[in-house]
Write a protein that binds this ligand. Structure first.
Ligand code: NAP
Length: 341
């Protein structure tokens, strides 16, 4: 089979390798689609540690080809999605149920071979079923959706609440949809691209705001702004220092600001604790997808979350070498690798 290996920092190769054999509690899955996430580009550039040589790709889904002899509940030809984040189950954090904070966390596509390949091996207890009738590309969005779902769970959006989402990439556009499902009455997406703002409105946002069009704070939370006094919940989904600093300032008194975006290690931002304290703004972080992958799969399977409009292009494994080694193209939301396609 073909598999795209990160050989070392800055070096990706498409190799012909033996098809892996699943262990007793594992499944061999023929990959139908695997998303290229910003993390893959960070891994390529050495900004995030991987364990090369390793096949990248952690946003994958596909069809079961074979199952190990201890696997129950899954058979060949079933469509499935894999939760790539494997917790050890025995460290102090796992014992508390906080599996995303596992001290021995391993990820498929980072520490073990992932989905930029014709086939991937997934442990049974990381696997969730998807409907046979589902668009084969849709399952690749389960992992990012599961991460957004954790953030939305943490935000505890009250029905009728106002929400601001900063950043109109996959994470922002999925969060917009989850906020709608959670019952938000106003959802403002702040992002530069007009196409992404229009898409957000089709997906459930009530307003779009272009951050390049003037002071966001004034246009959003001033008395004449879209949400005077700020939003009950703000999600930072751009991953930039300026937007991380901006997010709590857009949050209303007593509101919650959830940081989903990832800044480079070592980068610092400035908050004003006096302001946060006197307005009792909770700034919280949301990391990965603890116990949310199954619900993400259910939301995609049911069509409650729309992912087809988020697919910017599909590419082959060979084309993925260039796509991962370059920054995402302007306006691109998600490129999906379709092995064998
Ligand atoms: P992305 O495609 O880069 O999306 C970020 C978006 O921010 C861009 O599409 C850009 O769109 C917008 N943006 C840029 N400058 C802006 C500004 N000044 N104000 C508002 N928006 C601005 O990335 P993604 O895949 O959606 O991921 C978003 C972040 O979440 C990344 O940092 C990623 O690493 C992180 N992430 C976190 C988790 C977690 O578990 N916490 C999981 C997955 C990803 P425009 O061009 O329209 O401005």
């Amino acid at each position: 089979m073909k598999a795209l290996f990160l050989e070392d920092v800055g070096r990706l190769t498409l190799r012909d390798v033996e098809r892996p054999v699943p262990g007793p509690a594992e499944l061999l899955v023929r990959v139908e689609a695997c998303g290229i996430c910003g993390t893959d580009r960070h891994l390529f550039r050495g900004e995030f540690p991987a364990r090369p040589p390793v096949t990248l790709g952690h946003e994958f889904s596909g069809v079961i080809e074979a199952v190990g002899n201890a696997v129950t509940g899954f058979q060949p030809s079933m469509r499935v999605t894999g939760d790539p984040n494997i917790a050890c189950g025995h460290c102090a954090q796992c014992q508390k149920g906080r599996v995303n904070l596992c001290l021995n966390l391993q990820a498929i596509g980072i520490h073990r071979n992932g989905g930029f390949a014709d086939y991937v091996v997934i442990p049974q207890n990381q696997t969730h079923a998807l409907p046979e009738t589902l668009d084969p590309l849709a399952g690749a969005f389960c992992e990012p959706l599961a991460c957004c779902l954790h953030g939305v769970d943490l935000a505890k959006i009250a029905v009728g609440a106002s929400v601001v989402v900063i950043g109109g990439g996959v994470i922002g556009l999925l969060t917009v949809q989850l906020a709608k499902l959670a019952g938000a009455s106003r959802i403002v997406l702040v992002t530069r691209s007009a196409a992404k703002r229009d898409l957000a409105i089709r997906l459930g946002a009530t307003d779009g705001l272009d951050p390049a069009g003037g002071d966001v704070e004034v246009r959003l939370s001033s008395p004449e702004g879209l949400l005077p006094g700020g939003a009950d919940v703000v999600f930072e989904c751009a991953g930039l220092a300026e937007t991380v600093e901006q997010a709590p300032r857009l949050t209303a008194r007593g509101g919650t600001c959830v940081l989903l975006g990832v800044l480079p290690a070592g980068e610092r931002v400035t908050f004003e604790p006096f302001d946060l304290l006197f307005r009792e703004v909770a700034v919280i972080t949301s990391f990965l997808n603890p116990h949310t992958h199954r619900r993400a799969a259910a939301l995609i399977a049911s069509g409650a979350i729309r992912v087809a409009p988020l697919v910017s292009r599909t590419i082959s494994l060979a084309q993925a070498v260039e796509a991962i080694s370059q920054p995402a193209g302007g306006g691109e939301i998600r490129a999906l690798v379709v092995p064998g396609g």
